[in-house]
Design a protein around this ligand. Sequence first.
Ligand SMILES: [Zn+2]
Length: 291
Amino acid sequence: MEVTKQVYAVKIPFKLAVGSGKTLDRFVYAYLIYGRKICLVDSGVSSSYRVLSDYVKQTGRDARDINRLVLTHAHPDHMGGARTVQKETGCQIAAHSMDKPWIEDVDLQYRERPILNLYSLVEGSVKVDQILKDGDKLELGEGLTLRIIHTPGHSKGSISLVLEPTGLLFSADAIPMRGAVPIYDDVLSSIDSIRKLMQVKGLTTLLASWDEPRHGEQVYSLMEQGLLHFQQVHDLVRRIRAGSPDADLTAFASQVLHAMNLPQTALIPIVIRSLEAHLRVADREDLLGEA
Ligand SMILES: [Zn+2]
């Protein structure tokens, strides 16, 4: 999908295994930025290179022009296809230092954040050639600069990217949608990260990994809604914990999902992990107010 003449969104579907042979249909967007060369933002899951290179061809360019792959974070739907992208294009891979260990060692990621079918979603570990930090600017040529904003919470090393001077924001998985399955490591960091993005003036388009492009006023209102989503989950977590303080973690998480009208198939370790993040700060009633 053309976002602008220089930015394209490529939707990549995949299946997330949730146990007992069941899978959830998910998708992720990877983005192409056409500067002097091509900068790829995230590589999708395993085998996505073919989809990406076919798409690039349709736009009249050659995927071998990809000289940089920026990984917004280490999760399998973002780094899964990186190995082939690098092999076919020789591109440099850039990511934040805090997600580097999981990108460079998929086994470590699996041990620390188990996803049943991680090894079918990821082609393998890849080396990070360039470490990115908050405030870094990558010159892409043709007048385009990509500014790095460290937005931890979803993962420690999650980054968002602002394409200057266009006002496009690549927010990856930093901003949750209302009612979505909770997937993050640290809810307070996630809230701080969204507030940090709200401070960025002049954003015109929001390019999230799990949503179609959103323009204009929606950009900031979706950030507001993301904040409200965290508080909504938190309220449920506190209410359900108070109602059955002795329930084990799985039973507790199951009740929260039910209260959110989410399917029980979402009762997987990465979701339980997100709800635990709320339990760690359950003494706070209002996450959005002053601590
Ligand atoms: Zn993610």
